[in-house]
Design a protein around this ligand. Structure first.
Ligand code: SF4
Length: 315
């Protein structure tokens, strides 16, 4: 741990909070928004029904209410944050729900540009899929990146295409890599999402996904726990006993081993998933998010390990 420099001493991994505080000297709050986009994996252009774990809100359970304007969503969430954290000062609108580059550039501009004028907004965080990044969109993102602190989030979930088929991802690993390279060649920061506990995957596969992703040296990574949510295809598979969810002990073991594989520079933007309480079927232990995070810290300390311990860029 002595040589792990991306921490204030409380975490043994490069936490997002630490990254923002170093960069801006203050806490930066992500403000989750729902711009009402759809997804190529829902509207039939790539697939229908979406990924098997996707809830109706398109992985945006905590995003704002799409019935309200983006500005209203933003202001309502910021007001809520101010009640909880008196000193909240800097913000990053997070376009979270569904696929947020899946529209003509003129529509994207209407959604994104007004936030660049807002006080205390340091940048934009845009979640999307690799197959929703056409030439025009990439050109626009490149321009946006010159005008604000831009992060583009790409869902990968697993490097295994057999898993991709099983979860109806309707996108190959090769397609993911294409989108990733397009963004990186334009100097855009990318956050890659992986999910642990997907049906048909064992621990070795989850570690292999992390190891391969680590070799890309992503700017950010989100390591999720698979949540089984009500009214999803996954809920039916779970009910019929087709797979089991991870236990807390298994999850912590996998997360720590994954953190060891990532380069120290990669910022860990998430280590659990936030399943909507009312929608969550399993695993219920994940509702105690802070206990899970504390247990990861405790176990890493006990093991004397830290992010990047096993990282090597010559695999
Ligand atoms: S890519 Fe995201 S929004 Fe689209 S179906 Fe999959 S989880 Fe849902």
């Amino acid at each position: 741990m002595a040589d792990f420099k991306y921490s204030d001493g409380t975490k043994r991994y490069h936490a997002l909070d630490y990254y923002f505080k170093k960069k801006y000297g203050a806490k930066v709050f992500k403000v989750s928004l729902n711009a009402g986009f759809t997804c190529p994996n829902i509207d039939g252009s790539k697939g229908v029904g979406g990924c098997t774990y996707c809830s109706a809100s398109g992985s945006g359970d905590f995003a704002g209410d799409p019935e309200r304007s983006l500005d209203e969503q933003f202001e309502a969430i910021v007001a809520m944050m101010h009640k909880k954290w008196k000193n909240a000062s800097l913000y990053m609108p997070y376009f979270q729900a569904h696929t947020n580059t899946y529209a003509p550039v003129a529509v994207l501009k209407k959604c994104f540009e007004p936030f660049l004028e807002k006080q205390n907004v340091v940048g934009l965080d845009i979640a999307t899929r690799s197959d929703a990044l056409n030439g025009e969109v990439l050109e626009y993102l490149e321009d946006l990146n010159k005008r604000c602190d831009l992060i583009v989030e790409l869902g990968l979930q697993s490097v295994f295409d057999e898993t991709g088929r099983r979860i109806n991802r309707c996108m190959s690993y090769a397609e993911f890599l294409e989108g990733y390279s397009e963004l990186k060649s334009r100097g855009i920061k990318v956050c890659v999402h992986l999910i642990n506990g997907l049906p048909g995957e064992n621990k070795e596969m989850m570690l292999a996904s992390a190891a391969k992703t680590a070799q890309l040296k992503p700017d950010f990574v989100k390591l999720h726990l698979l949540h089984v949510l009500k009214n999803t295809h996954l809920a039916k598979e779970y009910a019929s006993g087709e797979f089991e969810t991870l236990s807390l002990e298994e999850y912590i073991d996998i997360i720590i081993k994954q953190l060891e594989l990532f380069p120290p520079e990669t910022v860990i933007a998430r280590l659990t998933g936030d399943g909507a309480r009312a929608e969550l079927i399993a695993p219920l232990w994940s509702l105690k998010k802070f206990e899970v995070l504390n247990e990861i810290d405790r176990k890493m300390k006990e093991l004397g390990t830290f992010q990047g311990r096993l990282y090597s860029n010559d695999r």
